[in-house]
Ligand binder design. Structure first.
Ligand code: NDP
Ligand code: MG
Length: 385
């Protein structure tokens, strides 16, 4: 039996992962499940899966979790240190599916035990890519991509040599506002931004898809994951969300990954890797789909993409600043304190502010946490001004 843990089990990726685990009875032993505020879900899944431990990120909810687990053998724990301890419990495969920079420290703890980390939490790679890769190499850990575009690239590269890659193209649906007049974007609501045309995901990544901050993170994620030059990474708008990514090779061929917009494909690929197994996803009917469209993203509609280029050129802690500013700007948008189009302004100003302070020294968990904290404070000051 393979021992597995899921960090962020109560979220969209976590629940899809559990769906696949349920369909393979007797194959997996669940070690740790972690969540945040959704204690009922966490406790129900931990009981059903007979997990060793269930951890909530929120210390104030420990009592609630304990009561929900009363009478079971599942241990309850809470808080950031407990999340890290859970990630250290020996497991063969760990899903990193906490949302945001909060996923970095637990993900690092998982890598330090030399396990296989299925990485959905792209924010950690954006904030601290070199640190994560170096930690994985030092401890003999493996990182498998779960983000659909990166899983698609990974799959297209099976049997290929890195030197044969000319470029990669990742696709974007264009999000909720692809066809909205640009002048509307200052006034769109949180509810509208939370509806994705093709994918069913957590609220934050759905809004990030509308602004293309998600795609901006993914460009940086692709650079880190596959060791690419920024100029080798392109983004195309592809409204059907059927081709997830393409790899262009030096001989002119392109390998496209085509699949339904169902995260259980990418999660399942990482779960079964290096094998391919049957998964409960729709079989695509390309004739019914009829056409696949591609176009260049409009830089005026999606300023986040230009900011990602700036971040890659700057290096150092720019990724940590970019991610923290994006997360905080999104908090303010969700809380009604910032407009949709204002988010990219806030992030741009946070990057400018960083330029004024000298960024020096290697990337460590502490330095990333420091830049993260300074950046969130700066965005709060911009909002308060
Ligand atoms: P959700 O918001 O649905 O779930 C997030 C998970 O993280 C939940 O378990 C939540 O707990 C937990 N959580 C929230 N805040 C904290 C915190 N501060 N500390 C610890 N745990 C916390 O997100 P998604 O599942 O959509 O996304 C998860 C990750 O996967 C993100 O990095 C996202 O970018 C990435 N991803 C997601 C895709 C998708 O299809 N959803 C596609 C590709 C990548 P609770 O809900 O109990 O509060
Ligand atoms: Mg993606």
């Amino acid at each position: 039996m393979r021992r597995i843990s899921i960090l962020g089990a109560t979220g969209s990726i976590g629940q899809n992962t559990l769906d696949l685990i349920r369909r393979a009875p007797g194959e997996f032993e669940v070690v740790a499940l972690t969540g945040g505020r959704n204690i009922a879900q966490l406790a129900a899944d931990a009981r059903e899966m007979r997990a060793e431990i269930a951890v909530t990120a929120d210390p104030a909810r420990l009592g609630e979790l304990r009561s929900a687990l009363a009478g079971s053998d599942v241990r309850a724990a809470a808080g950031e240190a407990a999340l890290i301890e859970a990630a250290r419990l020996p497991a063969d495969w760990i899903m990193s599916a906490i949302v945001g920079a909060a996923g970095l420290a637990p993900g690092m703890a998982a890598l330090e035990q030399g396990t296989t980390l299925a990485l959905a939490n792209k924010e950690s790679l954006v904030a601290a890519g070199p640190l994560m890769l170096e930690t994985a190499a030092r401890h003999g850990a493996r990182i498998l991509p779960v983000d659909s575009e990166h899983s698609a690239i990974f799959q297209a590269l099976v049997g290929e040599d890195a030197s044969a890659i000319d470029r990669v193209v990742i696709t974007a649906s264009g999000g909720a506002f692809r066809d909205r007049p640009l002048s509307d974007l200052a006034h769109v609501t949180v509810a509208e931004a939370s509806r994705h045309p093709n994918w069913d995901m957590g609220q934050r990544i759905t809004i990030d898809s509308a602004s293309m901050f998600n795609k901006a993170l993914e460009i940086i994620e692709a650079k880190e994951f596959f060791g690419l030059e920024p100029a080798q990474i392109e983004v195309l708008v592809h409204p059907q969300s059927t081709v997830h990514a393409l790899v262009g090779f030096v001989d002119g061929a392109m390998m496209a990954h085509v699949g339904p917009p169902d995260m259980r494909h990418a999660i399942g690929y990482a779960l079964n890797w290096p094998e391919r197994r049957a998964l409960p996803v729709e079989r695509l009917d390309l004739a019914a789909l009829g056409r696949l469209d591609f176009s260049h993203p409009d830089p005026a509609r999606y300023p986040a993409l230009g900011l990602a280029r700036q971040v890659m050129a700057a290096g150092g802690h720019a990724g940590a600043v970019f991610n923290a500013a994006k997360e905080r700007a999104l908090d303010h948008f969700i809380a009604g304190r910032a407009g949709f189009a204002q988010m990219s302004d806030l992030v741009a100003r946070a990057l400018e502010e960083m330029d004024k302070r000298a960024d020096s020294g290697p990337i460590s968990l502490e330095s990333v946490a420091r830049w993260d904290h300074l950046t969130r404070q700066h965005v709060d000051r911009l909002i308060a001004a």
